[in-house]
Ligand binder design. Structure first.
Ligand SMILES: [Zn+2]
Length: 426
């Protein structure tokens, strides 16, 4: 039997194990926020991987946002050394899941199997991908025991809230340094025939307009921060949105609507604070002395973040020129550089070749509209040879009745195992 046939046979033999593993991972409700059961899921994975020769490290991201004695940010890194020198292929999955939300017809933590689908919060994003990568590694180890290099599997915290207690923490401590890891696959649910090369950039900022409080019956004695913000919003509509719509990217972003720069006005608050629940009183008549919006600007690899910020300051300066008492402040909240791995990078080439062999069709190259943990591996870890590739339908992520298909998981496990064979087999 040749190597490919041996790998396929090992994966086929593990179909029940793949299903059970996915179900058991879903049944550990690793909700974020607040960050529940992180240690439990890491212990569960350690108990599976250690007997197979993986050296397991448990790393708590002490002091990271959200880390506390009640909700410690635990991460697991499992490493299996081969018989000789070679590259290390690392599979990184986040183990946290988002809140359940409303509208479920299945038990969100039941891991129910029905019609070839496994249901539950995190089934698709991304416990199905984690399970597929583990089965891929186990099948490869059985089929190619004499491999060289190393395989790593990590399960990391907090991707859904920025990854600072997970991949960012590990990358800062050298876990993704190019001398110890050479190839990274993040099994996020991009679908089994797609290779995700990276993501757009992000800039979040808070813009505040300032005014002066006065009695609401005599607004002319004050200066309304809300009216100033209205002028800002008008200027955004009139000039910024058309400018952004004209910026197109060579990044293959999906969906196609995100193949340009985008801006979301995330929230707006002005004047009196929202009354607490149950309050039945009327508001007091006041002129708003401040108004704030939070903007969520997604930018392209062709754009520079400094230029992205200058566009907003220029816009505010235009408003200021037209309104004598206009005063504003811009506060940076968060920024992420765009990331896009080269199509000729080794992990991209071997994954594309494996997709063609397993599925009999060409791989599609895509870029994600939003960010994921690749940002930390790229910027902090300095590791460019990284992609997202995994089973599941991206649109189902964070939705009620989220599911992952067993056949899709098995196919992508085949792809991942063939990647291991190409990069690590003797
Ligand atoms: Zn995810």
């Amino acid at each position: 039997m040749d190597q490919t046939a041996a790998i396929y046979a090992e994966i086929a033999a593990r179909r029940e194990s793949l299903i059970a593993l996915t179900q058991e991972l879903i049944r550990i409700p690793t909700l974020n926020p607040p960050g529940q059961h992180y240690r439990e899921i890491c212990d569960y994975l350690a108990a599976r991987l250690e007997p197979q020769g993986f050296a397991v490290s448990m790393v708590r991201a002490e002091g990271a946002p959200g880390d506390s004695e009640q909700f410690p940010r635990w991460n697991l890194i499992a490493r299996r050394e081969g018989g000789g020198p070679g590259d290390c292929v690392h599979f990184n999955s986040h183990h946290d899941v988002v809140e359940v939300g409303h509208g479920w017809s299945r038990d969100p933590f039941g891991g129910e199997l029905d019609g070839g689908r496994i249901y539950g919060r995190g089934a698709c994003d991304m416990k199905g991908g984690l399970a597929a990568s583990i089965i891929a590694a186990e099948a490869f180890l059985a089929a190619c025991p004499g491999f060289r290099g190393a395989i790593e599997i990590s399960a990391t915290a907090d991707e859904e809230s920025g990854g600072f207690g997970g991949v960012a923490y590990l990358a800062e401590r050298g876990w993704f340094a190019p001398e110890r890891v050479q190839h990274v696959i993040i099994p996020e649910p991009l679908h089994k025939d797609r290779i995700c090369l990276g993501h757009r950039g992000v800039w979040w900022a808070e813009i505040e307009t300032k005014g002066r409080i006065a009695h609401g019956s005599m607004p002319f004695l004050g200066d309304s921060a809300i009216r100033h913000m209205g002028a800002v919003l008008e200027e955004i509509e009139a000039t910024l949105y058309p400018l952004l719509a004209g910026k197109h990217t060579a990044m293959p972003v999906i969906p196609e609507g995100a193949r340009q720069s985008t801006l979301n006005i995330n929230s707006i608050h002005g004047g009196q604070a929202e009354p607490p629940a149950g309050n039945t009183g009327l508001p007091a008549p006041c002129v708003a002395d401040r108004c704030r919006i939070i903007i969520d600007r997604r930018f392209l690899i062709e754009e520079d973040v400094a230029e992205v910020k200058r566009e907003v300051t220029a816009l505010l300066e235009r408003v200021k020129a037209a309104r004598p008492t206009f005063a504003y402040e811009v506060r940076d909240m968060f920024e992420v550089q765009p990331s896009m791995t080269d199509r000729e990078a080794p992990i991209v080439r071997s994954t594309a070749a494996a997709i063609a062999r397993v599925l009999g069709r060409e791989a599609q190259y895509v870029v994600s509209p939003g960010t994921y943990d690749q940002k930390h591996i790229d910027r902090i870890g300095r590791l460019k040879n990284c992609i997202a590739y995994g089973p599941g339908v991206l649109d189902l992520a964070h939705q009620p009745d989220e599911w992952v298909g067993v056949d899709d998981m098995a196919d992508s496990a085949r792809v991942m195992a063939l990647v291991l064979a190409e990069l690590l087999a003797q």
